[in-house]
Write a protein that binds this ligand. Structure first.
Ligand code: G3P
Ligand code: CA
Length: 275
């Protein structure tokens, strides 16, 4: 079933259009922009030489042809890796034929490691308004350096001090309340999203860590605890849900008045919403 056009729920491309293209690559973000996503989600980690790169896992083993922790590798090490062909391998797994490994991908640069700086350039050059939802990964290990570098970079792009929270083109997300606290201390008008995999007993009444305005529950929380969603709303919080790929979950989020859904399939979700 296709919904009547539903403008107000924001569709966020999770790691880019990561169902169609290798996650966190330029190819995935270009596809998300083509698909018409309202916002782009990305995870950031710090390399051994202090660059912010868009990589989800602690190690590069799953999403590249290399091995090792991002934090132990320098940007030049990461730039030598291929972050694309694992996706082709995954797509061909279990089939009788083999992909044509002899033919190089059309644009290797599209599937090399993506720095946050390059992603910000892509958004700036896109010529259209698209928001960025940036997640700090394992920020405690670096004692504030992830947030410091992140805010320095945002400042260079004029994105660290939005005039008002609802209109901000960038928001910072984390499972770590401490990371969000650091961001708010240094950039008070930048919106922050507290991500939740389960509902902490301390926060069952719908409160969030001090100063955080946006809740980021998993779709499992939303499915199993709709009354918690109501409590969050009553407390005045916006709600951004991850990762919403199935049509029935999109419908549920619309029915519950969720503000944003983070999905690997922006084109399919937008189509389902009649957009
Ligand atoms: O956007 C939030 C969501 O991405 C959190 O989970 O593991 O995909 O980073 P994960
Ligand atoms: Ca994430």
């Amino acid at each position: 079933m296709t919904h009547a056009p539903q403008q107000s729920i924001q569709v966020v491309a999770h790691r880019g259009a990561s169902e169609d293209a290798p996650e966190h690559t330029l190819a995935a973000y270009r596809k998300a922009l083509e698909d018409g996503a309202d916002a782009l989600e990305c995870d950031v980690r710090l390399t051994a030489d202090g660059h912010l790169v868009c990589v989800h896992d602690r190690r590069v083993n799953r999403t590249s042809n290399g091995r090792g922790a991002v934090s132990a590798l320098e940007l030049a090490d990461l730039a030598a890796l291929d972050f694309g062909s694992w996706k082709t391998r995954e797509a061909w797994r279990g089939r009788d034929e083999e992909p044509d490994w002899e033919t190089p991908p059309e644009d290797l640069a599209d599937t090399s490691v993506l720095t946050l700086e390059r992603l910000l350039e892509l958004v700036a050059d896109s010529g259209r308004r698209v928001e960025l939802a940036i997640e700090t990964k394992h920020p405690t290990r670096w004692a504030g350096q992830v947030e410091e570098r992140l805010l320095m970079l945002l400042k260079r792009f004029g994105l660290d001090a939005p005039a008002s929270t609802p209109d901000s083109p960038v928001r910072i997300m984390s499972f770590s309340a401490r990371s969000l606290h650091r961001v708010r201390a240094a950039a008070p008008t930048l919106p922050t999203v507290y991500l939740m995999q389960f509902v902490s007993p301390r926060l069952r009444d719908g409160r969030l860590p001090a100063g955080v305005r946006i809740a980021g529950p998993s779709i499992r929380i939303v499915r199993n605890h709709p009354t918690y969603v109501e409590r969050l709303k009553r407390a005045g919080h916006q709600i951004h849900v991850w990762t919403v790929n199935e049509p029935e979950d999109v419908d549920l989020c619309v029915d519950l008045g969720i503000d944003a859904i983070i999905t690997n399939r922006p084109r399919a979700v937008l189509g389902h919403l009649g957009r």
